[in-house]
Structures are given as structure tokens and as C-alpha cells.
Design a protein around this ligand. Structure first.
Ligand SMILES: Cc1ncc(COP(=O)(O)O)c(C=O)c1O
Length: 399
């Protein structure tokens, strides 16, 4: 007998297909593949010089949490906020749990609420790939209820699924979606899931991109109203801080307590905490908003310029995030159809011969021929459009 990795490791881990990061294929050039903020962080000051690296970091990070709930409370209090907190208890630090990016929060929820090998979770493809990976690692089966082809939520089908299968404990929704870029309608499509008498589970809305949607769109203020709503956010996108790995979970106090109880005590390093606190002062948030507004302005310019290129079909996604989802056609004729072959060739040639990296998403449901393009700086976008036009023209000419 003796050591045998094949029989020792859990089967679901041995056969796991790990998450394919945008950077697994290409690491250099104009990187518009991972929906980062290429304008960089909006931190007014630098890193504190006298951090005590010999001490463990604060496990609770109450200063950061207070600043962050102040930020979301104030957005929800503005007149005509899409999600208002009028009449609701304001968010407090007790509603928050921090993670090493929202990726950790995605996993923590599964560990809290799903028994391995027994329970299930529900996702709505096309969606973010980590739900699938974390579910597999945790030995949790996945029920898939695809979005409609216009990327809105099929609430009725979700209700049917969860009410007929009590082993489904979690529903992961992404709003705005990735790769869809589309904000989900709360009243029509999410609220009915929160008031189901016949289902005991939690609805998670992943809002990684919510700051690129109209101000006040976040559902986070509603966790003081709905005990079964959990909202995930991150500093990786609008705040331009993907490198420090800070994710924020908003939940009812009782749920938040459980999440905090299972968290590794020192998951947020003192370096990350230092930057996170500085990035969320009112002054830094103002800078963040300015950069976000620039990106939103550039998003419109970029999508129009790309759509003007022959062979670029249409933007099938919404315009609520910091990326667009464009369909590449088989040829330039009126009878052209979306083509994964051309999209993949364009993607590869852009990356290998032109130092411009975008993301191929054509294998996802309702995404035939689709490339996801992150909105970059004005200069990056200009280069991207130029190269896109040139390479696509060459591909069609050589057919
Ligand atoms: C929908 C969605 N959720 C979560 C994440 C992960 O974010 P973080 O960097 O906070 O782990 C991403 C990253 O691309 C994402 O697209």
C-alpha cells in the first residue's frame, strides 16, 4: 500500500479543472481582459511607513468597515437613488465580513451553508466562473438556470427549481453580470426570490461591478430588510485595487456573525488594510467616482467605435459595467452569422501579434462569437480600436 496520491486526494479535487485566469494565456501588452481598472487606484496618500509588520493585523477592521458602510449608506440616501434606504435601518460594521477578494467570500458562503456531497447551489449562466470552481472544491452540486437570451433573470424557472429541491441552499446572481454587463431588475426578478415561503435558502448578489452602474444601484442597503439577502462587493474593480485582495460581504447581522466566525482571523494583511482604509475616505471616494465617470464616458465611445468596424456584430451585453461584450461575425456580408472561429482568431492575433489582450467568451451560453473587452484608458482604447479594425480586416481578406 503506502502513499498513493490518486486514492488519498478527494476525487472532486483530483479531477478539478482550476480557474483559468485571464493572465494564464497572456501577461503583457494592453491588458483589457480581466475587467480591472487600468486608470489605477484612487488613493490620495501612499502606504503608511510605520506599519507594525511584527504584529498580526486587526481581525475585525472596524475602521474600514465603518467608512465603507458610510459610503453605501450615503449613496442610498441621495434623492431618487435607484435603491433607497429611506425607512430602513442603516448599515453598520456588524453587517460586514471581509474576504481576500470576493473570491474568498464566494467560498465562505458555501462552507457556511452547504453540506459537502449533499447540498446544492444554483447559478444562472452565462456567469462568473468561480462559483462553479468553488462548488466543485466544496463537493457541492450545481443547478443551472440560464439567463434569458437578453441576459435577464428567469425568476420563474429559479422559483420552480428551488421550491422543488430543498437541497438547493444558495442562489448566486451577478448584477451587473459578468460577462453580461447587465444590471438585474430588483423588483421584478430578485425580490420575488427573497419572499419565498416555500424555500429556505440565501440569495447572493455579486456586485463586483456595481459602481459602473447608476449611483445608488447597490442592493447592499437592503440586507437590513431581507435577512436572506447577501451582497458581495470588491475593491478590485471601481477602486482599482485588484492587487490588494479585499472583498466585502454585506449581510444581515446574524448571517454576518456566522461568516465572521468561520473567517481566518488575519485574512486581511496590514498592508491591504492600510490601503483599503485610505482608498475609502470621502476624499478618495470622490477620486474613484471621477475615474469611474471617465471610464463610463469611454465605454460609450469604445462601443460605438468598435461597432463601426465591419464584421463587429453588436454589443450583446448591457452597459452597466466596465466592459462590453461584442459579437464577431463570420464575414462582412449581410448574411453573416456570429462566429467563434473568427472571434478566436481575432483574440489570438490581437494578443500574440499586436500586444492587445481581450477575453474570448464564445463558449458561454448565448455568447457565440463574443469577445469581452474591458474599457481602458483613452490611449489604450484608441490602440485597441485601431488593432481590432486592422486584424479583423486581415482575417476576412485571407478567407
Ligand atoms: C462577478 C465577479 N465577482 C467576483 C470577482 C472577483 O473579484 P475579487 O478580485 O474581489 O476576488 C470577479 C472578478 O473578475 C467578478 O467578475
Amino acid at each position: 500500500m503506502g502513499f498513493n496520491l490518486q486514492t488519498l486526494a478527494r476525487k472532486n479535487i483530483l479531477t478539478l479543472q482550476p480557474y483559468r485566469c485571464a493572465r494564464d494565456d497572456f501577461t503583457e501588452g494592453i491588458l483589457l481582459d480581466a475587467n480591472e481598472n487600468t486608470h489605477g487606484p484612487s488613493v490620495a496618500e501612499g502606504v503608511t511607513s510605520n506599519l507594525e509588520f511584527n504584529r498580526y493585523p486587526d481581525p475585525h477592521q472596524v475602521d474600514f468597515k465603518q467608512q465603507f458602510v458610510d459610503f453605501r449608506n450615503s449613496e442610498a440616501a441621495i434623492a431618487n437613488a435607484p435603491v433607497s434606504n429611506v425607512g430602513l435601518a442603516p448599515l453598520t460594521p456588524d453587517n460586514l465580513c471581509l474576504g481576500v477578494g470576493s473570491d474568498e467570500s464566494i467560498d465562505a458562503l458555501m462552507r457556511c451553508f452547504c453540506h459537502p456531497g449533499r447540498d446544492k447551489l444554483l447559478i444562472c449562466p452565462p456567469t462568473y466562473g468561480m462559483y462553479d470552481i468553488c462548488a466543485t472544491v466544496n463537493d457541492i452540486d450545481i443547478v443551472r438556470v440560464p439567463l434569458f437570451p437578453d441576459f435577464s433573470l428567469n425568476t420563474e424557472a429559479i422559483i420552480t427549481a428551488v421550491t422543488s429541491d430543498p437541497s438547493i441552499k444558495l442562489i448566486y446572481l451577478t448584477t451587473p453580470g459578468n460577462p453580461t454587463g447587465k444590471l438585474l431588475d430588483f423588483e421584478r426578478s430578485i425580490a420575488p426570490l427573497l419572499s419565498l415561503e416555500s424555500w429556505n435558502g440565501i440569495v447572493i448578489t455579486d456586485e463586483a461591478y456595481v459602481d459602473f452602474s447608476p449611483v445608488g444601484s447597490s442592493l447592499s442597503p437592503l440586507v437590513t430588510k431581507y435577512a436572506n439577502l447577501v451582497v458581495l462587493q470588491t475593491l478590485s474593480k471601481s477602486f482599482g485595487l485588484a492587487g490588494i485582495r479585499v472583498g466585502i460581504t454585506f449581510a444581515d447581522e446574524a448571517v454576518s456573525r456566522i461568516l465572521n466566525n468561520i473567517k481566518y482571523p488575519y485574512n486581511i494583511s496590514c498592508l491591504s488594510a492600510d490601503i483599503a482604509i485610505k482608498a475609502t475616505t470621502p476624499q478618495s471616494i470622490k477620486l474613484m467616482r471621477e475615474k469611474v465617470n471617465t471610464i463610463i464616458g469611454q465605454r460609450d465611445v469604445l462601443v460605438n467605435e468598435l461597432l463601426a468596424i465591419k464584421g463587429v456584430g453588436k454589443n450583446i451585453g448591457g452597459l452597466d459595467a466596465n466592459f462590453v461584450l461584442l459579437v464577431i461575425m463570420s464575414d462582412e456580408s449581410a448574411s453573416a452569422v456570429p462566429s467563434n472561429e473568427v472571434a478566436q482568431l481575432l483574440y489570438t492575433k490581437l494578443a500574440t501579434e499586436n500586444a492587445v489582450v481581450v477575453r474570448f467568451r464564445g463558449k458561454e451560453i448565448f455568447c457565440e462569437g463574443a469577445l469581452r473587452v474591458t474599457v481602458g484608458t483613452e490611449a489604450e482604447n484608441r490602440t485597441l480600436v485601431e488593432k481590432f479594425r486592422k486584424v479583423l480586416g486581415e482575417i476576412y481578406a485571407s478567407k
